[in-house]
Design a protein around this ligand. Sequence first.
Ligand code: GLA
Length: 396
Amino acid sequence: MRRFLLASLAIASFFSFAALSRGQDVVQTPPMGWNSWNYFASKVDDKGVRAAADELVATGMKDAGYIYVNIDDTWEGKRDENGVLHTNEKFPDMKALADYVHSKGLKLGIYSSPGPLTCAKYEGSYGHEEQDAKMYAEWGIDYLKYDLCGLRQVMDQQAPNDRVAQMKMMHDAYEKMGKALKATGRPIVYSLCQYGWDAVWEWGPQYGANLWRTTGDIRAAWDSVYSILSSQEGLQSYAGPGHWNDPDMLEVGNGRLNIRENRSHFSMWAMLAAPLLAGNDLPNMKPEIKEILTSKDVIAIDQDKLGKQGHRVYSEGEVDVWERELSGGAKAIAILNAGSDRYSTHPFHLSLEKLGLHGEQKGRDLWTGKDITLSDNMPLEIASHDILLVRIDKVK
Ligand code: GLA
């Protein structure tokens, strides 16, 4: 009898541990992959998603860590009389698409809203949360981006001018889907998209969120990238293995960003321990963009297993100096010239003292691959919107 009791206890505690740890063991480092929205927006279709998956493999991005292939808004069709949501004509068979993506060793992500409608006015999950979550699991979905959008109208209608009640509705909606995903038993990364409202970083993890957007939408222009970057300061303590701040998807290779801006954007997202979700046209990617997106050393900063988000240590003129603590006592230092006029911020002299570093530091410039020694008060010439990203393995 005693032995039976002990065995049952052991089994029970194993299952409760398994239940608790489910969802916690995904994205122990920030998720990496590709998302359709930033480049394709509503033009995404089955063929384009397959092509993106093929390219992740062919370009070596998959080997570099880009695993999630995420379909954003506009895949949704209509619900039938049983409430089952169907895909629209752009996605003839989601299960077959998931099988295809999985056959490449990749994972498939999808998008929905807690509101009746998504941002692009497609069908959302309002009132069908469990049903949709189950269907995602049946399809083999591995990642859900859940975008507030249409719920805002419901919040306005049901609780006009009552912010407290509106926020409660928002919390409840995210909690509901968090529970529904958990109940499927499938590890599905849960990505909250509500633009950082109500300090989501404080409560997101409670509802099983693995990441949460901290800002409004990014645009493929330097002012957008830099203003998002600057607004991340102060959020560093909320990030860690399994739960990340999300300053939005990458615009590397898109729009009007020049090569220096692309490099700085990518470097700083790595400093932020941000999700690295490429958002460009993979089949037509230029070699210099591929080089940025597959930079092993920079990805290693992002994916560092300590999971500590970097922070800005000081700014001088328009030069920002950031640091990120890495595992094994290493450190990454990023020096960004945010000035638009190359000469307005120069010469810049680095202060090791402000960085809490003592004496010369031997490191590696991660964009040239060359050794570099940082010394106190050293003059640095960094072009407008460019960056010096240094890894120091043995910090003094
Ligand atoms: C919102 C999100 C974007 C994208 C679009 C899709 O704007 O913030 O990232 O998902 O909706 O409609």
